[in-house]
Write a new protein. Structure first.
Length: 147
């Protein structure tokens, strides 16, 4: 996601923008309009989240929730047993243009945007909305099979 977000900077300019990850197929429960409405109601970055099993947490960016819907932080693919909670950030976001001002590190050849999201969360600019529909992980054989 991170490289695409950085490449989109000239197109999005200084407006909030929606990111939809193609490997997450969603059915019901969290339409894109809901995310747009959430940011219109209260500006900031919006992460869609879902509860994951503890044994699956190391596959995701795990969200540390603060009060109400505030995100206190994000831990990308935590080691088993170190996850702060079990809501995982999934492939639907509204990002503020300020996310472009945080230089995410490169790890394993991949730009780590979870770092930038964590920085913005620490500044009080990230909220979570919970997915109530069904998510299919199309990057895995089992995710496609479930569909």
């Amino acid at each position: 996601m991170s490289h695409a977000v950085l490449c989109a900077e000239p197109a999005v300019g200084r407006d909030p923008f929606v990111v939809l990850l193609a490997d997450d197929l969603m059915r019901g429960g969290l339409p894109t309009q809901f995310l747009v409405d959430a940011v219109a109601e209260k500006p900031g970055t919006i992460l869609s989240v879902m509860q994951v099993l503890k044994k699956e947490a190391q596959k995701y960016g795990i969200v540390r929730l603060g009060s109400d819907d505030e995100v206190a932080g994000l831990v990308e693919k935590p080691a088993h047993g170190t996850e702060p909670s079990h809501p995982a950030s999934i492939g639907r976001y509204v990002l503020e243009p300020e996310i472009q001002n945080v230089q995410p590190p490169v790890h394993g050849g991949e730009i780590q945007h979870a770092y930038a999201l964590n920085v913005r969360a620490a500044q009080g600019h990230v909220r979570a909305v919970t997915l109530t529909g069904q998510r299919y992980d199309c990057s895995s054989k089992m995710g496609v099979w479930k569909r």
